[in-house]
Design a binder for this molecule. Structure first.
Ligand SMILES: Cc1cc2nc3c(=O)[nH]c(=O)nc-3n(C[C@H](O)[C@H](O)[C@H](O)COP(=O)(O)OP(=O)(O)OC[C@H]3O[C@@H](n4cnc5c(N)ncnc54)[C@H](O)[C@@H]3O)c2cc1C
Length: 393
């Protein structure tokens, strides 16, 4: 695979795809059109998670893209993975399914890959790549959201076990998950230094998942509260060292912020194509509406947002592929892509007029889905804080 570093030609950065990467992206587009196209409207309306579609994605290799072949993955570098996920986002109109796959890849599989023991990788990473397990990430609590490390779920060591007590909320995929990455503190007074991560299997005694909670968008990816009532977790299910949970969380958030929205960049391309096509064919006042500058200017804004989002995404992937930390760049990518997707989705409704507002035509769903992107993995305000902190030095 070509690394980000090798992509540099002289002083310039070459963002073009290799033939191999282009073929992979095209094969994912064909797969998504063939296998994932049906009943996206229905799944959104019914808030239905379709495990069969999930398994089809896993058989195609999607959740395993950047993970080692040794543990059931495809062993791709991050640049190729991001390109493949763009292809998926372009062709799969079910943003909820796309979000669920990404949430698992970056906030469940990635920390196991980077911090897990060989035994944990064999027991959990392999089946997550293969689609036989679904994984969820449980950090947020009713009283701790943006200030994640002020969490109050406790983990008390008892011999070869930890006893976990507390509750988590807004846990994506919780209603269908088989495995949970749970964050708890072994010492509240130690602040972030007490935070520790654990792998909890769904049948752990004392673990209870609440009913799915209805939400505005990404409705085919259900979420719920998770209650931990004296859960005994064996030592071998601690992920990383005791007290290393904050490092692990920050690491996986950097991956998630940087990569999760690759699919969104693909979706923005699809959305723009749909809008251009509509504006060319919809006629008012004896003219295609694209001839009205108010409409074409909206399309220009969408085009610019797509291009700048893609550049930031590829720049971030290129840095990651060369092994660099990129906390600030990941925050910029997350902030810019999610806010761009929200704005373009709003304008797509305007371009489609009443048809855009109707749920029958799918245009409004992108807008509902896009709002979630400005909240999960840290809100836009938190991304701005990260970027401002970097400016302060
Ligand atoms: C679609 C979706 C999926 C999610 N999936 C998961 C999941 O799988 N697992 C999980 O653990 N969590 C998940 N979350 C929860 C998400 O991580 C939190 O909602 C997010 O971190 C914000 O926390 P909060 O909702 O408690 O809001 P709060 O932190 O209470 O924030 C409320 C408002 O105050 C602002 N604010 C807070 N602090 C600051 C500050 N320092 N400076 C400026 N403004 C600030 C926020 O930006 C926001 O506008 C998900 C959320 C969404 C929307």
């Amino acid at each position: 695979m070509v690394s980000g570093f090798q992509r540099r030609k002289g002083a310039e950065v070459d963002f073009s795809w290799s033939e191999e990467e282009r073929q992979l992206k095209e094969s994912i587009i064909r797969f998504a059109r063939r296998e994932l196209a049906e009943s996206a409207i229905e799944r959104d309306r019914m808030e239905h998670f379709d495990r069969d579609l999930w398994e089809r994605c896993a058989r195609f290799g999607i959740p395993g893209l950047p993970f080692p072949v040794l543990y059931g993955g495809q062993g791709l570098d991050i640049f190729s993975t991001v390109g493949a996920m763009e292809g998926l986002g372009y062709a799969c109109r079910d943003n909820g399914l796309l979000f669920g796959l990404n949430a698992q890849m970056w906030s469940v599989q990635m920390p196991i890959h980077r911090f897990g023991t060989p035994d944990q990788k064999e027991r959990f990473l392999r089946p997550l790549c293969e689609g036989t397990l679904v994984g969820a990430h449980a950090m947020t609590e009713p009283a701790s959201g943006s200030d994640a490390f002020s969490l109050s779920t406790t983990a008390v060591r008892e011999g070869d076990f930890y006893r976990l007590s507390g509750s988590k909320t807004f846990v994506s995929l919780a209603p269908v998950a088989d495995l949970f990455v749970v964050f708890a503190t072994v010492n509240r007074k130690a602040g972030f230094l007490g935070v520790t991560a654990f792998l909890l299997e769904r049948d752990t005694a004392g673990l209870r998942v609440g009913n799915p909670i209805s939400k505005l968008g990404l409705r085919s990816c259900p979420w719920a509260e998770v209650f931990l009532e004296d859960c005994l977790v064996p030592l071998e299910n601690r992920l990383g060292d005791e007290g290393a949970g904050a490092t692990l969380f920050n690491d996986s958030m950097e991956w998630e912020r940087g990569c999760l929205l690759a699919g969104t960049v693909g979706a923005m391309e699809r959305q723009l194509e749909d809008c251009v096509e509509y504006a060319k064919t919809r006629r008012q006042f004896n003219s295609p509406i694209i001839r009205f500058q108010s409409i074409s200017n909206l399309l220009v804004g969408m085009r610019l947002r797509l291009e700048t989002s893609r550049l930031l995404l590829h720049r971030m992937a290129s840095e990651k592929a060369s092994g660099k930390r990129c906390r600030e760049l990941a925050a910029m990518a997350k902030l810019h892509i999610s806010e761009s997707w929200k704005q373009s989705s709003l304008e797509a409704i305007q371009i489609h007029g009443g048809y855009g507002y109707s749920v029958e035509f799918e245009v409004e769903r992108d807008f509902r889905d896009a709002i979630g992107g400005t909240i999960y993995s840290g809100t836009s305000e938190i991304q701005m804080q990260i970027i401002a902190d970097a400016l302060l030095g």
